[in-house]
Ligand binder design. Structure first.
Ligand SMILES: Nc1ccn([C@@H]2O[C@H](COP(=O)(O)OP(=O)(O)OP(=O)(O)O)[C@@H](O)[C@H]2O)c(=O)n1
Ligand SMILES: C[C@](O)(CO)[C@H](O)COP(=O)(O)O
Length: 374
C-alpha cells in the first residue's frame, strides 16, 4: 500500500502566542520537523507540508523530502490543499497529521496504518477518564463520559474516499474524521498516546520538549589506532596525503586518523571494530583509501537511525606537522560524514620525544564520535 503523508502547518498558533508554534525549536529541531520525521519513519511518501503563505522560509528548512503546499484559512482548507496536491498521482492511503503534534511515535502511526486494512479510515484517540460537567462558572450538570474519546492525529484514510469527502464537505469540521463521517465513511478508533499532545497553550512546548528529550538516544564511541613508520615518501592522515621523509607500514593506506575515527563510530554503534568489517587478510583492502571505511561506518549509523553529530580526532606524532593540513582534513571528514566544520575537531600533539611516537617510530591517533537519534 502506497501511503502519503500530509502535515498541516498552516495555522498561526494564536492561543500559544508569539511566532507560529510549529516553527519553534524544541529538542534540536522545529516542532513541524519532529512531526514530519515521525511520518517519515513509517515510510509515508510523498510527504506534503502545508504551510501559511507567509511562512515559506520556515517551511523550506523542515525536511529534505517535504513537498510544500500553501494552505487555507482553516485547518480543513489546509488539509484540502494537501489532498488536491496528491490528486494527480493518487496514493492508496494518506496519513493527515497536525504539525503541532511533534511527539507522535512510530507505534501510534503504525496502529493507524494497520487499521486501514479493514476500514476506510482510522484514527488514534484516548478514552475520556475525568468526569465531565456542563456549566460556565457553576456546575449545571454532569455529562456521561462513557463512549467519549479525545481525538488525536495522524488520521488515516483511503485516499479516494477522503478526497471526495473533503470536496463535498460544507466546512466547519474540527478534524478529518468528522469530514469522513459526514460523507458516511467508517472510521476505526485505535489506541492513541498520552504523549501525542497537540501544542496549543503555554506550557505545552515545554512538555513536548521534555518528552522528546527523554526519548533521545545519545551515544559516544572512542577509537585508537597506531601505525609504524616505514619506507616511503608520504603519509595519509585524515584523508590528506602529506609529503614526508617516511611512509607507514599498513595493509590499507595506513591512515591512523580515519581508522581511529571509524572505530569511534563503530564503537558508538556497538558494531565491533574496523578489523571486523575490513579484515587485513582480505586483499580487497590492500592500499585502500580509508575514506571508504569511514563512509561504511556512516552508512551503518544511518541504518541504525543515528546521526553523527560531532567528532574529535587527536593525532600524536613528532612529524609531519599537522596544523597546515588541519583545514583540508576537516573538509574530507566533514564531506564524508555530512558535518559542517564546527562539528569536526582536529587536534595534534607531540609526545615530547617520549615513547614510540616520541622516537618517531610511528604515529598514533585517538578519536571520539557523538551520535544522536534522528
Ligand atoms: N488554517 C490552518 C489552521 C491550522 N492548521 C494546522 O492545524 C493543526 C491543528 O491546529 P491548531 O492547534 O488549532 O493550530 P493553530 O490554528 O495554529 O492554533 P490556534 O488555533 O491557537 O491559532 C496545526 O498543526 C495547524 O498549523 C493549518 O494547517 N491551517
Ligand atoms: C485534528 C485535531 O488535532 C484532533 O484533536 C484537532 O481537532 C485540531 O485542533 P483544533 O484545536 O481543533 O484546531
Amino acid at each position: 500500500m502506497r501511503i502519503a503523508g500530509i502535515i498541516v502547518a498552516g495555522g498561526r498558533g494564536t492561543r500559544l502566542g508569539g511566532s507560529p508554534k510549529q516553527w519553534r525549536v524544541i529538542a534540536g529541531r522545529s516542532v513541524a520537523s519532529h512531526a514530519m520525521m515521525a511520518l517519515d519513519r513509517v515510510g509515508a511518501d510523498p510527504l506534503i507540508l502545508v504551510h501559511h503563505a507567509d511562512d515559506i522560509a520556515f517551511a523550506e528548512n523542515v525536511h529534505p523530502r517535504a513537498r510544500l503546499v500553501v494552505g487555507g484559512a482553516t485547518r480543513a482548507e489546509s488539509v484540502r490543499a494537501g489532498l488536491e496536491a496528491l490528486a494527480a498521482d493518487p496514493p492508496d492511503a494518506v496519513l493527515i497529521h497536525d504539525a503541532a503534534r511533534p511527539c507522535l511515535t512510530r507505534e501510534v502511526a503504525e496502529r493507524v496504518v494497520q487499521a486501514l486494512a479493514g476500514h476506510e479510515g482510522a484514527a488514534p484517540a484516548l478514552p475520556v477518564t475525568d468526569a465531565l460537567w456542563r456549566g460556565v462558572t457553576e456546575v449545571e450538570g454532569a455529562q456521561p463520559r462513557e463512549g467519549l474519546w479525545r481525538a488525536q492525529t495522524p488520521q488515516g484514510f483511503r485516499f479516494g474516499p477522503i478526497l471526495a469527502a473533503h470536496r463535498s464537505s460544507p466546512g466547519g469540521a474540527a478534524d478529518d474524521v468528522e469530514v469522513a463521517r459526514m460523507a458516511g465513511l467508517s472510521v476505526a478508533i485505535v489506541r492513541g498516546d498520552e504523549d501525542n499532545l497537540k501544542v496549543t497553550h503555554r506550557g505545552d512546548l515545554a512538555r513536548a520538549s521534555r518528552i522528546l528529550e527523554g526519548r533521545m538516544d545519545i551515544r559516544t564511541g572512542h577509537g585508537y589506532d597506531v601505525h609504524a613508520f616505514g619506507p616511503g615518501d608520504h603519509v595519509s592522515i585524515c584523508g590528506v596525503k602529506i609529503p614526508h621523509s617516511q611512509g607507514v607500514v599498513a595493509h590499507s593506506d595506513g591512515d591512523v586518523g580515519l581508522h581511529a575515527l571509524t572505530d569511534a563510530i563503530l564503537g558508538a554503534l556497538a558494531a565491533g571494530d574496523i578489523g571486523h568489517h575490513f579484515p587485513p587478510s582480505d586483499p580487497r583492502w590492500r592500499g585502500a583509501d580509508s575514506v571508504l571505511f569511514l563512509d561504511h561506518a556512516k552508512r551503518l549509523a544511518d541504518e541504525a537511525g543515528l546521526r553523527v553529530s560531532h567528532v574529535d580526532v587527536t593525532l600524536v606524532c613528532e612529524a609531519p606537522r599537522i596544523g597546515p593540513h588541519a583545514g583540508a582534513m576537516k573538509d574530507v571528514i566533514g564531506r564524508t560524514l555530512g558535518l559542517g566544520p564546527e562539528r569536526v575537531s582536529i587536534k595534534a600533539t607531540t609526545s615530547e620525544r617520549l615513547g614510540f611516537t616520541g622516537r618517531s617510530e610511528g604515529m598514533a591517533a585517538l578519536a571520539t564520535a557523538t551520535l544522536v537519534s534522528e
